[in-house]
Design a protein around this ligand. Structure first.
Ligand code: FAD
Length: 307
């Protein structure tokens, strides 16, 4: 599968671009599932101004999709048309400690690194991030949370760039957070965030992070090729319970399997395609609907075209 190469046209419209553009760039290696087709164009901006310059000059009919660490994402086998933005490097990967127990982090910073930086600085309240294998950008979009904490509890403001190339700032209220969701406009690429913690003892925070890590190792298939929680909990039920009750634990489609350890995790046993994984998810939804009448909603984001 490959797309027409439009890199030359894009570069011609934005001659001062400093970031990297690649045509038909494989995305599977970036994803936790290790599946999926290429990006028609992969863009790695040099910094926020470069991203804004790029988006302002990109033809409006070219779709833009942002990826983070792809820990909650299925990239479909036919790849992603248009431009995929992936932030990386120093401009988006640094953390700064601010006065009043605050931290600023670039959107490409892994959540775990943010948690560790907070602990080292004696800033409590961000330890829950240590168990989430995504980036700050993904946490902002997904209102990532665990162990009693959520992004919404600690966010002061987020920076980003919209599709027209305007640099914008979103307060916590602007983010419109709800369970694993933000109402911030879909076209915004988040570039940074400021978090508020409270004074804490580094040794106690480190001990809490150790407890969180141990609890995860026991309950989630964190060493597998997975995408985290597949479906949102259908309140007041738990997704894993209704999936288990419908007899789906260990269910297999192609080389994709419902994790025998945690029923709300799908895993790639090695040779699964994105089609196998998505097909397995749809089969789980069908069986749960038939068994209990509950409609499961995908929490994992699915992007791109089917093969
Ligand atoms: C083993 C495992 C355990 C997990 N446990 C948890 C958990 O306990 N709690 C939890 O909340 N999640 C959990 N997850 C899911 C996942 O880690 C989170 O949803 C995380 O926030 C996704 O971040 P990411 O950088 O990987 O985003 P991606 O998966 O790359 O993308 C997810 C969404 O965020 C968007 N996005 C990413 N970066 C940006 C950006 N810079 N600007 C705008 N949009 C962006 C994407 O477009 C997409 O819509 C788990 C996943 C795994 C694999």
């Amino acid at each position: 599968m490959s797309f027409p190469d439009i890199v030359g046209d894009i570069a011609a419209r934005a001659p001062d671009l400093r970031g990297r553009l690649s045509a038909n760039a494989p995305l599977a290696p970036y994803t936790w599932f290790r599946v999926g087709g290429p990006a028609q164009v992969l863009f790695s901006p040099a910094d926020e101004e470069d991203l804004a310059h790029f988006l302002a000059r990109l033809a409006p009919d070219i779709p833009v999709t942002t990826i983070g660490l792809c820990s909650n994402l299925i990239v479909r086998d036919g790849g992603v048309p248009g431009v995929v933005v992936r932030l990386g490097g120093k401009a988006f990967g640094e953390i700064a400690t601010l006065p009043d127990h605050r931290l600023r982090g670039g959107a490409a910073v892994p959540d775990m690194k943010l948690a560790r930086a907070a602990a080292d600085a004696g800033i409590d309240g961000l330890a829950f991030f240590c168990g989430i294998p995504g980036s700050i950008g993904g946490a902002l979009r997904m209102n990532a949370g665990a162990h009693g904490g959520e992004t919404t509890d600690v966010l002061v403001e987020a920076g980003g760039v919209d599709r027209a190339g305007h640099i914008r700032v979103f307060t916590r209220a602007d983010m419109g957070f709800s369970y694993r969701h933000s109402d911030a406009p879909d076209d915004v690429v988040f570039t940074s965030a400021v978090f508020q913690g409270r004074p804490g003892d580094p040794a106690e925070i480190a001990a809490e992070m150790k407890r969180i890590t141990a609890a995860r190792e026991q309950s989630q298939p964190i060493r597998e090729r997975t995408g985290g929680s597949t479906f949102a909990n259908p309140r007041p039920h738990s997704a894993w319970k209704v999936i288990d009750a419908a007899g789906c634990r260990g269910l297999v489609v192609g080389d994709a399997q419902v994790s025998p350890m945690h029923c709300n995790f799908l895993i790639n046993r090695g040779a699964a395609t994105a089609g196998d994984i998505e097909g397995l998810g749809e089969e789980v939804r069908r069986r749960v609907r038939e068994h209990s009448g509950i409609e499961l909603r995908w929490e994992i984001r699915r992007i791109g075209l089917s093969a």
